[in-house]
Design a protein around this ligand. Structure first.
Ligand code: HEM
Length: 465
């Protein structure tokens, strides 16, 4: 009997403690999407969010649009800002109010994986913004040189239609193309390096055997035009040792390879599901490269290709959250919501990208919706793949918007243009879902094209180029 009384007392105390924690939590007043927020039952909301994140985010967006709601992550709450005013409010806040580095650290554990220095002193972002972006026209020939070989080595078809698991194939292609620009030849063709670049989070970066893949290649470095070179320059300007370079390189791999690959895989699924777009895309690519060759100028003129990628990103957005930040002090948001210091806060791009208020027939995949506007109005920047705004959030928005998006656009446009010329795709259904990557297989067939007439060599040893 005594034991029962003690157990009951303990349970009552525990319940009281949980209730008090919930009652005095300042986030209690922020409405919850996806389930209850009361103690213990909030795990149901966390379970539902883990199973159906896009439904929960859409539900929150529809119900609380223009204000703020919260969703349950397994270990904490995430406050989600919805509507352009809220996003603009976040964009305007200084880093000492809403911190991106604490946001990244919370979501990706960057400090743990990369070390404190990389997370604290983010000079790699400046290098991408300045050196990589301003050198895009000069590095474009390198990208093109790698393109046919990377595709042919990975998108392998028998004669006729072949079932292909496109996600791993595209990961390898994108990792190799990006590595050509990040670390150059010959490392970009080393399979162990490419494997590491793709799955680096699983690798223990501090492990000497992993690191050995990088330093020997750093040594013969001699002012080359690639990210490794720019990182080395910056490290030496800052009087920092070469050891600061590999973790930043891996961070860039991490930020770029999966995001770009997922975007391309989804675009290929859309291409397969809506075959009516293949002919106009091919016609644009052929016409532009006939007049301008395979140049950066030609890529910039591929409005339909650009629009196709953006519509694909709109229909199925890669990033579940954008503007992931942590509140560094108590703040009151523009809609009056109070959020205490330490709150994890973000916005959800997919519901905004599928909002009928912003897009005519938002549920319809209309590949050339953005290029048509460009053709009609001549206004271009707002309709491009790389655009950012409080309503177009694929790359975030504001001072921390993705610095690699201009490189990503060139890479993805060149890759899609090449693939459209050389392959056919088939799928039974359009991809389901609002974000993330489609992992289904596709039917792929190699077309008979004359690569050389499009200015490409057909094999690495082709003497004609
Ligand atoms: C289609 C491909 C890509 C997508 C969808 C994408 C998306 C994003 C998003 C949503 C953010 C967060 C922005 C914010 O919090 O406001 C971001 C940040 C970032 N991205 Fe990308 N990204 C892509 C490609 C790339 C590439 C190719 C690179 C490198 C060359 C890159 C480097 C970065 C870096 C370094 C950051 C952090 C920026 C900062 O800390 O200020 N991304 N990206």
């Amino acid at each position: 009997m005594d034991r029962l009384a003690v157990a009951c007392a303990c349970l009552t105390l525990l319940a009281a403690q949980l209730f008090a924690k919930w009652y005095y939590n300042p986030l209690r007043h922020v409405p919850t999407a996806g389930g209850p927020s009361i103690p213990l039952l909030s795990y149901l909301a966390a379970y539902r969010f883990a199973r159906h994140p896009e439904n929960v985010l859409q539900e929150g967006y529809d119900k609380f649009h223009g204000s703020t709601f919260k969703v349950a992550l397994p270990h904490r709450w995430m406050v989600v800002v919805s509507g352009p005013d809220g996003v603009e409010d976040m964009r305007r806040r200084a880093d000492h109010d809403l911190s991106i580095k604490d946001g990244f650290n919370e979501i990706l554990q960057t400090e743990h994986i990369m070390g404190r220095d990389v997370n604290e002193d983010r000079w790699h972002v400046d290098v991408i913004k300045s050196s990589l972006t301003s050198n895009l026209p000069s590095i474009f020939p390198e990208l093109l040189d790698e393109l046919p070989l990377a595709v042919q080595d990975n998108l392998i078809c028998e004669d006729g239609w072949t079932v292909v698991n496109v996600f791993p194939a595209v990961l390898n292609i994108v990792a190799r193309l990006s590595s050509r620009i990040f670390v150059g030849l010959p490392l970009c063709r080393s399979l162990p390096y490419i494997r590491l670049a793709i799955r680096f989070t699983a690798a223990r970066l501090k492990d000497a055997s992993t690191m050995k893949l990088i330093p020997p290649v750093l040594r013969p470095y001699d002012r080359v035009l690639n990210c490794m070179g720019w990182f080395m320059d910056e490290a030496s300007l800052r009087d920092t040792s070469d050891e600061a370079v590999p973790p930043r390189l891996f961070l860039i791999n991490f930020a770029s390879i999966h995001t770009s690959s997922m975007s391309m895989v989804n675009a290929l699924h859309h291409l397969a599901a809506y075959p009516e777009y293949t002919a106009p895309l091919r016609a644009e690519v052929e016409q532009v490269i006939t007049s301008d060759g395979w140049t950066k100028t030609a890529i910039d003129k591929m409005w339909k290709v650009d629009s196709f990628l953006r519509e694909s990103q709109r229909s199925r957005t890669v990033a579940r959250f954008a503007l992931n930040r942590v509140a560094m002090r108590d703040l009151t948001l523009v809609d009056g919501t109070f959020i205490p210091q330490g709150t994890l806060i973000a916005t959800a791009p997919s519901p905004a990208h599928r909002d009928q208020k912003y897009y005519h027939n938002a549920d319809v995949f209309d590949a050339f919706r953005f290029s048509s506007i460009r053709e009609e109005t001549g206004v271009s920047a707002a309709q491009t793949f790389t655009h950012t705004s409080a309503k177009w959030l694929a790359f975030g928005h504001g001072k921390h918007a993705c610095p690699g998006r201009f490189f990503a656009a060139d890479e993805l446009k060149a890759l899609l243009a090449y693939i459209v010329l050389n392959y056919d795709f088939k799928a039974d259904d359009p991809p389901n879902g609002a974000h993330g990557v489609v992992t289904d297989t596709l039917l792929v067939r190699k077309r008979k094209t004359d690569l050389q007439s499009f200015g490409f060599r057909s094999s690495p040893d082709d003497p004609s180029l």
